[in-house]
Design a binder for this molecule. Structure first.
Ligand code: PNS
Length: 166
């Protein structure tokens, strides 16, 4: 999609700890819709992430290496400030079920309050991903379950490394 004003840049923000097949699905859908999509990973102060920010960055860069219009970046501070700096006009968020809606609506309206020109666009992942979340993947993995069907091979490989370490 492009406009007469130039190319349309979207930012897809999140923690991506870890990147799931549901995220990948949304990013590929976004890449078809926008000229460029930036997967923007939040640098937050969470004490015990599964993967460090550097590992998450490396994973996503590996997964989208063959997608020239998908960029992976890190941001901190307000998302709207980052989007403004990047010249993005759209924030993409995935919506799986009604249960996501209230939090997402709050964020979208707060972001709109701070940056009225920035539109939040909600995208639905394929239906097989509606039950999938990073939080559940982390929990199932921590309890010894098999998560290989839910995350890209780049994540599976690193989970294997974590297992041998721990
Ligand atoms: O993957 P997540 O944890 O659902 O992503 C949440 C994220 C990163 C999109 C949100 O926490 C965020 O935008 N944080 C940056 C700080 C910010 O702008 N906060 C105000 C949001 S209204």
């Amino acid at each position: 999609m492009s406009t007469s004003h130039g190319s349309l840049l979207a930012v897809y923000p999140g923690s991506f700890d870890p990147l799931t097949n549901g995220h990948v699905d949304i990013i590929l859908r976004g890449a078809r819709l926008f000229d460029r999509i930036v997967v923007a990973m939040l640098r937050n102060l969470e004490k015990s992430p599964l993967f460090s920010l550097e590992e998450r960055l490396e994973i996503a860069r590996e997964v989208f290496a063959d997608q020239p219009t998908v960029e992976v970046d890190i941001f901190e501070g307000l998302l709207v400030d980052y989007a403004r700096r990047r010249g993005a006009s759209v924030i993409v968020r995935g919506l799986r079920a009604v249960s996501d809606f209230e939090y997402e609506l709050q964020m979208a309206l707060m972001n709109r309050h701070m940056a009225p020109a920035l539109e939040t666009v909600f995208m639905m992942p394929g239906e097989s991903y509606t039950y999938l979340s990073s939080r559940l993947v982390k929990e199932v993995f921590a309890l010894g379950g098999d998560v290989s069907g839910f995350v890209p091979p780049a994540v599976v490989a690193r989970l294997g490394a974590l297992q041998t370490k721990g």
